[in-house]
Design a protein around this ligand. Structure first.
Ligand SMILES: Cc1cc2nc3c(=O)[nH]c(=O)nc-3n(C[C@H](O)[C@H](O)[C@H](O)COP(=O)(O)OP(=O)(O)OC[C@H]3O[C@@H](n4cnc5c(N)ncnc54)[C@H](O)[C@@H]3O)c2cc1C
Length: 390
């Protein structure tokens, strides 16, 4: 299955490419070096209507789908941003947009979707905890009843974009594990303000994806209003699963773009760099084969991602496809950036070649937002019908 692109899809992808190229590689090098949020680019993305591509027209979106969103992320990533572009979309139109559009109250949609689409409000998502990563259901952050609302206590880790976001999608327990018959029950989603009494955060020093900070977040008696519950009380896990596949799709799209960009930079260099006998190093099979292999891997990930997105847009199950695409894309982009860096020799290690940034950033996605081992566990149990090993 691979759907030929519609005219609309081509148009939004072209717009994204043009927006991305207005900023380009040097913009990203500077933002990475100064660890700054790409404010100007994000505003340009919103101004071009790209943030709202998959959100309902009633609230200012374009009413298209994940196929188009994936193409946008891929184009912006390939134009210079690299794989971290997927995170920008993950935090905003996915965890902000898709979750509100699917599960939000009418008031929440009317208030927040237009502000998300215009870039006025940014989002982050808080699921992971120090003792609940791959094993998310072990999370202990608790929202206890407090009159008509709740009070939250607990701690989250690695929360991306919290210091530039105004809103947080928070996943918390609303029932203790011994009060529910299934571990997937008793969890709820809340959409709260980041600026709130009792909520604080501290960034973590990390290897890459420097333009988006990732932080420890602490909740001490944080008041949550009744209007901030997103969807069903105690039924948040099922809702979250619904959104997580779209998270995989934008992650994969960012990785596909990063892989393509790394290969382009490597080929440009290899075709002009002469080392022995006046021949370009690009003429050696020893350098061609790894790049050709990476090209094949990235193309396969892109096609699988298109399938996942098309299934999602058709309202059909897409978990397998989204997970498989993400697995192959993370491995493919890690290898593509590594092989591209090898192609440039010493220059691949220089900041000015941009490859070291693409390599550092792509590495993250072999274990986040879901690790390759957990995807393989999923494939073994769900696709192959093997017993669960853990
Ligand atoms: C830069 C960054 C940004 C992030 N942003 C966010 C964010 O915005 N919001 C958020 O909620 N979270 C975020 N995360 C968290 C991310 O989703 C987790 O790091 C990821 O889910 C893995 O969890 P963990 O780090 O606790 O690893 P662990 O769960 O401790 O796993 C460690 C290793 O053990 C392996 N493993 C565990 N169980 C099994 C098993 N059964 N079989 C085989 N192998 C296994 C894993 O695959 C992994 O390799 C971010 C993480 C990073 C590093």
């Amino acid at each position: 299955m691979y759907l030929p692109l519609s005219d609309e899809a081509r148009m939004v992808a072209d717009t994204a490419r043009r927006v991305g190229e207005r900023f380009g590689l040097e913009y990203w090098r500077e933002k990475d070096a100064t660890k700054s949020f790409p404010t100007e680019l994000w505003q340009a993305i919103c101004d071009a209507g790209l943030c709202g591509v998959a959100l309902p027209e009633t609230y200012g979106g374009s009413g298209l789908g994940m196929v188009e969103m994936a193409l946008i992320v891929e184009a912006l990533s390939e134009a210079g941003g690299g794989s971290t572009l997927g995170q920008l979309f993950m935090c905003n139109p996915i965890f902000g947009g898709v979750s509100i559009a699917r599960f939000g109250s009418e008031a929440m949609k009317a208030d927040l979707l237009p502000k998300l689409i215009s870039g006025e409000v940014k989002f982050c998502m808080a699921l992971t905890e120090p003792d609940a990563g791959s094993n998310s259901l072990e999370l202990t952050t608790f929202a206890a009843r407090d009159g008509d609302g709740w009070r939250v206590n607990g701690r989250k880790i690695w929360i991306t974009g919290v210091d530039t976001a105004q809103k947080m999608l928070l996943v918390a327990r609303t029932k203790k594990p011994d009060e529910v018959s299934r571990r997937t029950d008793g969890l709820s989603l809340f959409l709260i303000d980041v600026e709130r009494e009792g909520l604080s955060s501290a960034p973590i020093e990390k290897l890459g994806t420097n333009t988006l900070s990732s932080s420890n977040v602490f909740f001490t008696d944080v008041r949550v209003e009744p209007s901030e519950l997103l969807g069903e009380l105690d039924g948040g896990w099922r809702q979250l699963l619904d959104v997580l596949n779209t998270e995989r799709i934008v992650t994969t799209a960012g990785l596909v773009g990063a892989g393509k960009l790394a290969l382009k930079l490597a080929v440009e260099y290899a075709n002009q760099r002469k080392v022995f006998a006046g021949r370009p190093i690009g003429s050696y099979q020893g350098l061609q084969f790894p790049l050709a292999q990476s090209y094949a891997e990235i193309e396969c990930a892109a096609v699988m991602n298109n399938k996942a997105a098309a299934l999602f847009d058709a309202g059909l199950p897409n978990g397998s496809e989204a997970n498989i695409a993400k697995l192959i894309a993370a491995q493919g982009a890690s290898l593509a950036t590594e092989r591209a860096m090898q192609t440039l020799g010493g220059m691949g290690y220089a900041k000015e070649s941009h490859l070291e940034r693409l390599w550092r950033d792509a590495r993250l996605f072999k274990f986040a937002p879901v690790s390759e081992e957990m995807v393989l566990n999923y494939i073994a149990t769900q696709n192959l019908g093997m017993p669960r090993s853990y």
